[in-house]
Design a protein around this ligand. Structure first.
Ligand SMILES: Cc1cc2nc3c(=O)[nH]c(=O)nc-3n(C[C@H](O)[C@H](O)[C@H](O)COP(=O)(O)O)c2cc1C
Length: 169
């Protein structure tokens, strides 16, 4: 049975719910998937394939997820890796959000060239204005991000399904 680690970071929990949906989808397809935060101690040797993801804050992944991907890249040893980003910029500016996502992946492949990235995806997330610190609430007034849950579960599920043959192969 293919053991899959879905490693993620989150600040407010919306990425954790995305990971739960991914784990459910992978397990329904007969894989043995586990969702674990990158802050936990994780041994890449225990898994055959990896999904690593993070929400985007200020244009970047949360450090814990980026560090996990970079630091474990050698131990992952060429096993398949799928990456995903979550953000809400894409709701109003998909091109800008894609650029943030692709720039992050390009930067990651520069520091971790051994990562065998078989797929990557950007998903719209969940923006809650009250989570902003006061100074960003002021900034947000000038270019407001659409508030609410923008996660598209069908898109998330179908991307996850597309990973199954890449992980089983
Ligand atoms: C302070 C702050 C900064 C953010 N910066 C970005 C950003 O640069 N790009 C983007 O697409 N989304 C941005 N977002 C939206 C988050 O990525 C989105 O709300 C995500 O779903 C949060 O995930 P989490 O609940 O797992 O922490 C920001 C949200 C906050 C509160």
């Amino acid at each position: 049975m293919t053991r899959v680690l879905v490693a993620f970071a989150t600040r407010f929990g919306s990425t954790r719910e995305i990971v739960s949906a991914m784990v459910h989808e992978l397990n329904s397809a007969g894989l043995d998937a586990h969702g674990v935060e990158t802050t936990s101690s994780l041994n890449p040797d225990d898994y055959d394939a990896f999904v690593i993801g993070s929400p985007i804050y200020g244009g970047h992944w949360l450090a814990a997820a980026g560090m996990f991907a970079a630091i474990t890249s050698e131990r992952i040893d060429g096993k398949p890796v799928a990456l995903f980003s979550v953000g809400t910029l894409g709701v109003s500016n998909w091109k800008g959000a894609e650029k943030e996502h692709q720039d992050f992946i390009t930067g990651l492949t520069e520091v971790a060239p051994k990562l065998n990235i078989v797929s990557n995806a950007l998903f719209n997330g969940y923006f809650e204005r009250s989570n902003l610190p006061w100074y960003l609430r002021i900034v947000d007034r000038f270019a407001p991000t659409p508030q609410g849950d923008h996660r598209n579960w069908q898109v998330i599920k179908s991307w996850t399904k597309s990973l199954v043959p890449k992980f089983n192969g």
